[in-house]
Ligand binder design. Structure first.
Ligand SMILES: *Cc1c(COP(=O)(O)O)cnc(C)c1O
Ligand code: SF4
Length: 367
């Protein structure tokens, strides 16, 4: 399929293209609708067919338009189009972080004393093939009914240590403005809840969702922080930049959490372009996650040593705040993965290694 055919789909949609509800209603969900964008390879077609019962296949038209129809290795396409390789993972688990065991109440995950991840929604605009919450996204049993949300809010109200509530999912921005407004209002009314954060991929996968009205509503509940999820420089479109700009102009600090993915962003040049592109959009790279030991994702996982080398290569070669912390999430919290710059003590000195490999000694108090 040619670029002009992509333009044709857009033109047919007219102004509705930029309406997020139109985008949600016109999502790709099967081989027939995928064919409007590209001709699937044998591996992709077999993946769609054989994985249909296992994990949802959904793509927004906006994100589909970023896929390269001529190249199955396209970093956008590989994130969302199923592949039979997903059946060849002998190690992955459904719930590698034991999130279910860490839930005091449905969809609240507590690993830390002072903060929780609250999966308010089981839906996303599209489904990423490597999603950590594959077991729950798009599955009706994980949907939150009003009374279940109220039960979770009641638990937070009764747990005074919780000062930071991270709304995640699924994707909290798939909610209507009204429902989100209600939820934020309930949380902000709890005296010990100091900040609310939203984890959302919609600035990347459906940037039209980030309307002025949404941003004005969010700003009424400050302090609100947003973390989004860009993985590749191709995702840094003018539309995505405009969505992030609307958020930052509403006073919302915007961070990015990416996942290190084989063949997508696991090289220094791509990661550097992603991080530098993000800071040009005033989005702060926050975390880059090691891909979890998650079912059906062996073909995305990268050795941790290679990840460490990628972030080591960025140190000293780009703005410090353009470099995210590379982390491994575990059932016991997130673990920073970094090159050992601190080499150790030698008598009354400490030995450290700089970005270019220079060893430096410095007097270091013993107590
Ligand atoms: C990631 C995460 C948080 C937030 O961790 P920060 O390091 O503060 O960003 C909180 N709770 C759970 C369960 C998490 O997975
Ligand atoms: S947007 Fe996030 S929660 Fe939704 S499928 Fe992708 S990685 Fe999973």
């Amino acid at each position: 399929m040619s670029a002009s055919a992509v333009t044709a789909v857009r033109e047919q949609a007219g102004d509705a293209w930029e309406d997020w509800t139109w985008q949600m209603r016109h999502r790709v969900r099967d081989v027939a609708s995928l064919r409007a964008w590209l001709e699937p390879t044998a591996e992709e077609a077999a993946g769609i067919e054989r994985l249909a019962e296992r994990f949802h296949f959904v793509i927004t038209p906006y994100y589909a338009a970023l896929m390269d129809p001529a190249n199955p290795a396209c970093p956008i396409r590989r994130q969302v189009v199923p592949n039979v390789l997903e059946l060849e993972d002998s190690q992955g688990l459904a719930d590698p972080l034991g999130e279910v065991a860490h839930s005091p109440v449905k969809n609240v995950i507590r690993v830390y004393r002072d903060r929780i991840a609250f999966c308010v929604n089981n839906e996303c605009a599209l489904y990423c093939r490597y999603c950590l919450r594959k077991r729950m996204v798009g599955e009706p049993e994980w949907a939150m009914k009003r009374r279940e949300l109220e039960a979770a809010i009641a638990w937070i109200r009764a747990t005074p240590e919780i000062r930071d509530v991270l709304l995640t999912g699924g994707d909290p921005l798939v909610y209507s403005d009204d429902r989100l407004d209600w939820l934020l209002g309930e949380l902000c009314a709890i005296r010990h809840v100091e900040i609310v954060r939203l984890g959302t991929r919609l600035p990347v996968t459906l940037p039209y969702r980030v309307t002025e009205a949404l941003c004005e509503m969010l700003a009424r509940h400050h302090p609100v922080w947003v973390n989004t999820h860009f993985n590749h420089p191709k995702e840094l479109t003018p539309e995505a930049a405009a969505a992030c700009d609307r958020l930052t102009r509403a006073g919302i600090p915007v961070g990015n959490q990416s996942v290190l993915l084989r063949g997508i962003n696991d090289d220094v040049e791509t990661m550097k372009a992603l991080c530098e592109g993000l800071v040009r959009m005033r989005v702060r790279p926050y975390y880059c996650y090691q891909a979890q030991l998650l079912e059906g994702t062996a073909h995305f996982r990268v050795p941790i040593e290679r990840g460490v080398e990628i972030f080591r290569a960025l140190r000293g070669r780009t703005s410090g705040f353009a470099i995210p912390q590379y982390v491994l999430d575990t059932p016991h919290g997130k673990v920073p993965l970094a090159h050992p710059y601190l080499r150790g003590r030698d008598g009354d000195e400490v030995v450290v290694e700089s970005f270019d490999g220079t060893l430096w000694r410095e007097l270091n108090p013993t107590k």
